[in-house]
Each structure stands twice: as structure tokens, then as C-alpha cells.
Design a binder for this molecule. Structure first.
Ligand SMILES: Nc1nc2c(ncn2[C@@H]2O[C@H](COP(=O)(O)OP(=O)(O)OP(=O)(O)O)[C@@H](O)[C@H]2O)c(=O)[nH]1
Ligand SMILES: [Mg+2]
Length: 384
């Protein structure tokens, strides 16, 4: 657990702590998410009076923090859209699932986009911070690399933001990655305030036991010698023993990308592919569409949506007049959640469809018909 995060939480006044807990509890309750035992604010108030918390209270708060468990969101495999076609396996397929993590703005998405060769058209790549994306790239000898591009850690002393990062599904999905790319903005890593993110990342990595590659990105902006980065590098390598390589690259100028790819190809193991390669472009488009729809849900339902929704593609058809028809099923696990997602008289779902349709239409430069069906699926989707 991140030391700064804990420190921030420990210095929270009990009232503030209780208030945010209550808001969270109510919202979770509405969303049908089980909540852990309610805190006892009275006890804390008696003992603190705005003074520093004693060791016992600190331990209590720490225990509570650890008990704040979130519903485990869908992982990489579950999130891959099930397309109608079976995945045709090549001879001797190899696979590697790679999580890309790092500070916000380090260049994670740029790196992944450049490697995968996906150009984001129509929408600005920085219109919002990445939520979560899955993309694939292949080598000539049947190696498939699945990238999980994650939202960046916000180097902030704001505990709520850090906590949110901790609980996002992409961080959870780290557990099932085969390799981690830790992307560091080279220039920024030299600044003292970068240490907050650095500590946070290293703390989180400690729980894992998977090989990693340290990537210093934006080398084009560094005028000094690479040597200036050696201290930072040393801290990372000491902090997580699984760093196998360190690379110095420039994602924007496509320098060093081949090295990144080769390392990943080398680390991939003999396993069946999980991504339908012949539909690569469409899959990338599909992911974009999925994300655009998700953003609209997110805007209306705030942070509880990642715990509730599972999207599944049900249709992608170009009609005779050039209109793109997209059908998606949106699954929730409870009827109560379905009500929230649909809204009174379909208010929420209708506005999601309307706005997402306009955005998709703009991004793809063609008329779009979007159909979303919200369904309740009670059993665990991952078991299907
Ligand atoms: N000069 C330079 N700029 C870069 C490089 N790589 C990325 N950038 C820029 O850095 C900014 C952030 O890039 P993103 O790829 O969106 O960063 P990110 O890590 O995905 O950010 P979040 O998704 O918000 O966490 C963009 O303006 C990129 O153009 C690089 O190698 N050199
Ligand atoms: Mg990004």
C-alpha cells in the first residue's frame, strides 16, 4: 500500500472520512454493491479532537482501508468482445498480455498506438485520460501481443484520486498480465515531485511477480545525457526486482519501438491467441465505439459504472446506404442496477444512445444507428 496514500488518509479528519464513506456507501447501496461494515465515527471523534491520530486509531483506519474491497471488475479475457467468428489459430501461436502503466501523460497511449499502428482519427487522443483499452499487435511468426493501456497514475497528494486509481479495473487486471511496461516521462522523472508517482508504482508492483520493462519515454525532450537518469533507473530496479530491461525511447518519434516489440515477442509463450486477428481494424474500431459509449454512461452514472457494466458487441453492420449499424448488449448483474442504467422512462439510456451516436458518427464520418440493450445476467459472466 502506498505510504503517501495511507498518510493522507490518516491525516483525514474523522468527520470528512465519515462523510465520504457515507456517500460511497449510499451510492454502492443504490448500485446493489455489497458494502463493508459501517465505520463508527463516534469513537474516533472522542479520541481525536482534530489532533494527530494515536497508533490505535491509525491501525483501525488502516484496517478499514484494507477492508474497502471492490467488486472485481472484468479482466482482459472477459473484456475482449466476443465476436461471432471463432478465432482461427495459426500454427504454433504465441501470446503475451502486457499491462502498460505509469504516470498520467507519460506517453502510454502514444506508445501503444504507435506499436499497434492505430491512428486515432476524429477524436483527440487527449480529450480525456485513457480509461482502459485493449489492443493487439502481431509478429510475423505468429506471436500475438495484447496491450492493456491503463489510465495514468495522477501524481497528486490528493488521496481520493490515488485511491480511485487503485480501484480501477485496469489495475486489477494487472494481476493477469504476463508482462508490465512501466512508462516514465524521462524529463519529469528527474523532478522531485515525480517521486510520489514513483513510490506509488513501486508499492503496487511489489504485490506482483511478473517480468517488467522500464521505459524512459520522451527522450527527444532530454538534452542531458542518459546518465542523468541512472539514479531514477536504480531506484526502480532496486524497488522491483523483476525489471528485466530498461529502454530509452521516444514514442512520438517512433524511436526504440522495435526494441519494445522484440522484448515482448521474446517473452511471449506458446498459447492460443485470444484476439481475432483478421478483424484487427474492426476490433480497434469496436473498442473505440465501446469506449465512446462507456464514457457517456460514465458521465451520467459516475464512478460506479465500471463495477456494474459489461458491454458486449452484438452487431456491426454497414447498411446499403453507408449507415453503420451498431448493436451492443450492456449487461448488469441485478435488476436494481438495470433500473439505474436505464433511468426513469429510459431517460439515461436514451441520452447515452443519442450522445454516443453523434460522437461515433463524427468519429467515423458517416451516419450511425446505435442500439443498446440493457440486460440482467445474474450468473458470473466469466464462467460462460
Ligand atoms: N515530446 C514527446 N512527447 C510525447 C512522447 N510520447 C508522448 N508524448 C506526448 O505526451 C502527451 C501524453 O501522451 P499520452 O500517450 O496520451 O499519455 P498517457 O500516458 O497515455 O496519458 P494518460 O492516458 O492520461 O495517463 C501527448 O501530448 C503526447 O503527444 C514522446 O516520446 N516525446
Ligand atoms: Mg493514455
Amino acid at each position: 500500500m502506498n505510504r503517501t496514500l495511507i498518510k493522507n488518509l490518516l491525516t483525514l479528519r474523522p468527520k470528512e472520512c465519515h462523510r465520504s464513506y457515507a456517500i460511497m456507501t449510499r451510492a454502492k447501496h443504490r448500485a446493489g454493491i455489497p458494502v463493508s461494515e459501517a465505520p463508527k465515527p463516534k469513537k474516533i471523534q472522542q479520541t481525536t479532537n482534530n489532533k494527530e491520530l494515536g497508533p490505535e486509531q491509525k491501525a483501525q483506519l488502516q484496517a478499514r482501508l484494507q477492508n474497502l474491497h471492490f467488486r472485481k471488475p472484468a479482466g482482459i479475457n472477459e473484456r475482449l468482445v466476443k465476436v461471432t467468428k471463432e478465432i482461427i489459430q495459426p500454427e504454433n501461436p504465441h501470446l503475451i498480455k502486457v499491462a502498460v502503466i505509469g504516470a498520467a501523460n507519460a506517453g502510454k497511449s502514444t506508445l501503444v498506438n504507435k506499436i499497434v499502428g492505430e491512428e486515432i482519427s476524429g477524436v483527440s487522443p487527449k480529450a480525456h485520460t485513457t480509461r482502459e483499452r485493449i489492443l493487439a499487435v502481431l509478429s510475423e511468426n505468429n506471436h500475438q501481443v495484447i496491450f492493456l493501456d491503463t489510465p495514468g497514475v495522477i501524481p497528486d497528494h490528493n488521496h481520493a484520486k490515488m485511491n480511485r486509481t487503485l480501484s480501477t479495473s485496469s489495475w486489477r487486471a494487472l494481476d493477469e498480465a504476463d508482462h508490465v511496461l512501466v512508462v516514465v516521462d524521462a524529463g519529469r522523472s528527474l523532478q522531485p515531485k515525480a517521486r510520489v508517482t514513483e513510490d506509488f508504482l513501486l508499492e503496487r508492483l511489489k504485490d506482483l511477480n511478473i517480468p517488467a520493462t522500464l521505459i524512459f519515454n520522451k527522450m527527444d525532450l532530454i538534452y542531458e545525457d542518459r546518465e542523468s537518469l541512472s539514479e531514477v533507473q536504480e531506484r526502480y530496479v532496486q524497488g522491483y526486482t523483476q525489471f528485466k530491461n530498461t529502454l530509452h525511447i521516444s514514442a512520438v518519434y517512433e524511436e526504440g519501438l522495435t526494441q519494445v516489440k522484440n522484448i515482448l515477442f521474446e517473452h511471449s509463450t506458446a498459447k492460443p491467441w485470444i484476439y481475432p486477428v483478421e478483424q484487427k481494424t474492426e476490433m480497434a474500431d469496436l473498442k473505440r465505439v465501446e469506449e465512446m459509449i462507456r464514457i457517456q454512461f460514465f458521465k451520467r452514472l459516475h464512478q460506479y459504472i465500471p463495477y456494474m457494466l459489461k458491454q458486449e458487441n452484438a452487431g456491426w453492420t454497414v447498411l446499403k446506404d453507408g449507415t453503420l449499424r451498431i448493436d451492443q448488449n450492456v449487461y448488469v448483474e441485478r435488476d436494481s442496477q438495470q433500473k439505474i442504467v436505464v433511468g426513469t422512462n429510459g431517460r439515461i439510456i436514451n441520452s447515452v444512445v443519442e450522445e454516443a451516436r453523434d460522437q461515433i458518427s463524427k468519429a467515423f464520418n458517416r451516419p450511425v444507428k446505435l442500439f443498446l440493450q440493457v440486460k440482467t445476467r445474474k450468473n458470473n459472466i466469466s464462467n460462460q
